[in-house]
Design a protein. Structure first.
Length: 274
């Protein structure tokens, strides 16, 4: 007997950071649409000249391409350029969402700062790079949760906020201080919000992906990633964006109605007790 997820038909979902072709955000937006949601999806308005080669070859159009995928599934889509680290930008996103759809039911805080220049020892970490990681990953999650959480309370019909963190926030490895600190902060924020919003029927959870096949793996060679996976992941392979997205869809569904305040690892078994 199969279990059908319920509670997502005709719901309004907001997914930040959904514009990249090989990304968790894109997969989340598409899978929520497949589950029956209309989707608001945000991107940063990247310069097409800076798209990676695979996006250029595919004629990728950032959030507009993802919006087309949502519409192809028979759902409505609203692509919005938004800086989630900006209070004004987040309020404008909320206003646009309500103008288009009248309500919100699911909020997925997925937007994250690009990695690269932050992968250095703390003693060599540029303050601006540190600030950028905290601004997007943690401040952005806070601003989105504050604005959309207020609206969920006003609606008085419950809802779900799902924050995309990382096992990096639990591992806190070397040369990842800014990223790890921001993602650990997201997990702590998730716990506090769950305790504050539970009385309103609003559930708040975090998903903590491990090594996932997205554009973020491009900074290492395939051989280096293969060696890392062999040494650290009991299931012996990287995960897919769709597998992370499936966890998000479940957490947003009725079947997860008694789950809140959790930070779930989706990581092939790399972490088993945290």
């Amino acid at each position: 007997m199969s279990v059908e997820l319920t509670g997502l038909a005709d719901r309004i979902a907001v997914v930040s950071g959904a514009g990249r072709m090989r990304s968790i955000g894109r997969a989340i937006a598409v899978e929520l649409a497949r589950a029956g949601c209309d989707v608001v999806l945000t991107g940063t308005g990247r310069d097409p000249d800076r798209y990676p080669d695979d996006e250029k070859a595919a004629g990728w159009r950032d959030v507009d391409s993802v919006a087309d995928e949502v519409r192809a599934l028979g759902r409505r889509a609203l692509p919005v350029i938004c800086d989630v680290a900006s209070p004004e930008g987040v309020e404008e996103l909320l206003t646009a969402t309500l103008a288009e759809f009248g309500r919100v039911d699911v909020v997925v805080n997925n937007a994250a700062a690009s990695r690269g220049a932050d992968r250095v020892p703390v003693t060599e970490l540029d303050i601006g790079i540190w600030d950028q990681a905290i601004a997007v990953n943690l401040r952005g999650t806070f601003l989105m949760s504050r604005a959309f959480g207020r609206r969920l309370i006003e609606q008085d019909q419950g809802g779900s906020i799902i924050n995309i963190s990382s096992i990096g926030g639990k591992l806190s490895g070397p040369r990842t201080a800014a990223y790890s600190a921001s993602k650990a902060g997201v997990q702590s924020l998730t716990s506090s919000m769950a305790k504050e919003l539970g009385s309103h029927g609003i559930r708040v959870n975090a998903v903590c992906p491990g090594v996932t096949d997205t554009g973020r793996l491009d900074d290492w060679s395939p051989d280096a990633w293969a060696a890392y996976v062999t040494a650290n992941l009991p299931l012996g392979r990287v995960g897919t964006a769709q597998e992370v997205a499936s966890t998000v869809v479940f957490l947003a569904s009725d079947q997860a109605a008694w789950i809140t305040g959790q930070s779930w690892n989706v990581d092939g078994g790399q972490l088993t007790v945290r």
